[in-house]
Design a protein around this ligand. Structure first.
Ligand SMILES: Nc1ncnc2c1ncn2[C@@H]1O[C@H](COP(=O)(O)OP(=O)(O)OP(=O)(O)O)[C@@H](O)[C@H]1O
Ligand SMILES: [Mg+2]
Length: 257
């Protein structure tokens, strides 16, 4: 199962990715988290690992990948960056961080001022996710960057389900409409995870969501999550809302099989 996690900046995408990854690992599932966010640097801490080197390095580095893309202009989509089909076990070990039975791969980070746009990261993320061939019990969780650029890059296209994390804000509500549109256009099921709620904001969000029937999970504002996020500490506690979410996603998968 491939799960893409999206949402507005700071809504809790990486938090949900880490909690869900730990939950599936507790179920003895092979879990790979793919960090497709080229800007943020802290996801590995929530998983308790060191930061893995950029997977971009395996493909020759950002410069080489950019050259390949430029050489294919005006049709950059014709570039085959990844080539063969990959399995989780086949990912070169030097590029995988492992802790608590969760594996983490980072597509590529922006390291320097003026290094150019992040399009090569987007293209590699899409192709890598597309080329991952999963066994029945394997779970891939792609943590995306804030907003909707990843839709433009096609990163969500190969997902079995998109989880949008919605915090109590007008911006998130607006984005929820846009994401519903885009998910429908690429034909990938969309589910909403309400995050950082209290009883009042949760009720108001549910009233205002574009399609409340797609709300499958609600994670209240939680001091423990906040403290772990502030300290850069592993998020390894079991959370009832995440347990229910994992059950539901498994049900969806069986339903679609
Ligand atoms: N349910 C929650 N209760 C309390 N704090 C939370 C909760 N969920 C997330 N947070 C906190 O909110 C902040 C943003 O969370 P996170 O980094 O997961 O968001 P994000 O959507 O991945 O952000 P970005 O867009 O920067 O990638 C962090 O400090 C995190 O600890
Ligand atoms: Mg994040």
């Amino acid at each position: 199962m491939k799960i893409a996690i999206c949402g507005k900046g700071g809504s809790g995408k990486s938090t949900v990715a880490a909690l869900l990854a730990r939950e599936y690992a507790r179920r003895n599932r092979a879990v790979l988290v793919v960090d497709t966010d080229e800007s943020n640097l802290g996801l590995h801490r929530l998983l308790g690992t060191d930061a893995p080197p950029d997977l971009m390095g395996y493909f020759g580095g950002k410069g080489a990948v950019t050259e390949k893309i430029m050489a294919a202009m005006p049709d950059p989509s014709s570039v085959d960056l990844v080539g063969e089909t990959w399995t989780i076990d086949g990912i070169p070990r030097d590029y995988v961080a492992l802790e608590n039975w969760v594996r983490l791969v980072a597509i590529g980070k922006i390291h320097d001022a003026g290094e150019g746009c992040a399009c090569p990261m987007g293209m590699l993320a899409r192709q890598f996710l597309d080329h991952l061939d999963l066994g029945d019990d394997e779970v891939v969780i792609a943590d995306t960057e804030a907003g909707i650029e990843h839709f433009g890059r096609g990163v969500d296209q190969g997902a079995d389900v998109i989880l949008m994390v919605v915090d109590p804000s007008f911006e998130s509500l607006r984005l929820a409409e846009k994401v519903a549109d885009m998910a429908a256009r690429i034909g990938v099921p969309l589910r909403y995870v309400l995050n950082k709620t209290d009883p009042i904001s949760a009720a108001r969000l549910r009233e205002s969501m574009p399609d409340p029937s797609r709300v499958v999970c609600e994670i209240p504002q939680d001091p423990g999550i906040l403290a772990a996020g502030l300290d850069g500490r592993v998020l390894d506690q079991s959370h009832p809302a995440i347990v229910a979410l994992a059950n539901l996603l498994d049900g969806t998968r069986e339903g679609r099989a």
